[in-house]
Design a protein around this ligand. Structure first.
Ligand SMILES: Cc1cc2nc3c(=O)[nH]c(=O)nc-3n(C[C@H](O)[C@H](O)[C@H](O)COP(=O)(O)O)c2cc1C
Length: 351
């Protein structure tokens, strides 16, 4: 029997080296030291802690958080009955600790991460740029990197957080937070903009070391029996069905600037999905919904599945897979015309 060489999963996000590209994304499953440690122990290369900002209203918004699951037919699923591939529709708020307590927690979790050759990343979902810069500088004393979320979908529903959709605003926030920050800065971008790729390039020009993209969309889902929307309001929505859209923007962003470090997010549910993000040009991938649905162990499963998928495709290093699909993607204009376009919908289904 021949032994297969293990795949080297190491990757780089700007100047930050990760032992593997599987990251826990900022969410309620990364809001306590215990949860962050569980994600690290499961094998994540990095964990992005739940976001904070300067606004008490943003933290209070967590008191009206609600999380609804939908199955493939759009019917509500009770949490104990979930199978793990559901769509998650929610309202959410920010962490409620005092900044001092939060930083002390991040420091302890960061020490634990270092023992595992992993990282804890602090996160700020922005309200105003000045206070975000102050929080980032304090965070930088205890974490490996800071992620600045300028794209929260809840920013469309409440004033306590902001969603920036134009390149000028993204550049301004990035510049203000970058100044005086001595750890890598990742800017997390919204999906809902004319061009998330343009926002990414604006963030980079303003000093971001990396971008994370794309944030979730807003959602609305009426119950057909009662006529009332689930959650009783608008919300944010995440589903595996978002993956192609996320891969579109990651690949377009990297195609325009191959040196830009992009972290993929929105729609990854497995190690195979992580591989899809890498092939589209991402250097690492953040998962939130999968961790909330299936627990932190899913992160270790993703690491193992990623290694297997890459080995199967003949890659010895994760870094070698990054952007491979870009080189194989043609522009519409370069696709040769066929005499008769295929009409696969006319073929009757099997069985
Ligand atoms: C319940 C919930 C809370 C979230 N809270 C935050 C947050 O505080 N800060 C942030 O940057 N992103 C937050 N996110 C977004 C996630 O980090 C992630 O980017 C997004 O859910 C898409 O990835 P996914 O498909 O793996 O869920 C949250 C997502 C969910 C589902």
């Amino acid at each position: 029997m021949t032994s297969v060489d293990p795949v080297d999963l190491a990757t780089e996000v700007g100047p930050l080296r990760l032992k593997n590209p599987v990251m826990a994304a900022s969410c309620e499953a990364t809001m306590t030291e215990r949860d962050i440690v569980a994600c690290l122990d499961a094998g994540a290369g990095a964990v992005v802690a739940k976001s904070v900002n300067e606004s008490e209203a943003a933290a209070r918004q967590l008191n009206i958080a609600e999380y609804v699951l939908l199955d493939g037919a759009g019917d509500q699923v009770d949490w104990p009955d979930r199978v793990g591939d559901e769509t998650l529709l929610c309202r959410s708020g920010l962490a409620q600790s005092s900044l001092d307590d939060w930083l002390a927690m991040l420091e302890r979790a960061g020490r634990h991460a270092r023992g595992l050759d992993a990282h804890v990343i602090g996160s700020i979902t922005v309200a105003e740029p000045g206070p975000a810069a102050q929080i980032a500088r304090r965070m930088a004393e205890v974490v490996s990197a800071v992620e600045l979320n300028v794209g929260a979908p809840h920013g469309r529903e409440a004033a306590a957080v902001r969603q920036l959709t134009g390149p000028d605003m993204v550049a301004e926030y990035t510049r203000v937070v970058r100044a005086g920050l001595d750890v890598p800065l990742i800017v997390k971008l919204p999906a809902q903009a004319d061009s998330p790729a343009e926002l990414a390039h604006a963030a980079r020009r303003a000093g971001a070391d990396a971008v994370a993209m794309i944030g979730r969309f807003n959602g609305f889902w009426p119950d057909v029996r009662t006529g009332a929307p689930l959650l009783g309001s608008w919300g944010a929505v995440g589903s595996g069905a978002m993956l192609p859209t996320s891969l579109y923007w990651v690949s377009k962003t990297v195609a325009a600037d191959p040196d830009l470090s992009v972290v993929g997010t929105n729609g990854a549910r497995s190690g195979t999905d992580v591989a899809r993000f890498l092939l589209s040009g991402a250097r690492a991938v953040e998962l939130a919904t999968a961790v909330m649905l299936r627990g932190p162990a899913v992160l270790g499963e993703c690491v193992r599945e990623l290694a297997a998928v890459l080995a199967d495709a003949g890659h010895r290093r994760a870094a070698d897979a990054i952007g491979v699909a870009l080189a194989k993607a043609a522009r519409y204009a370069d696709i040769p015309e066929r005499e008769r376009p295929a009409q696969p919908w006319r073929v009757p289904p099997r069985g």
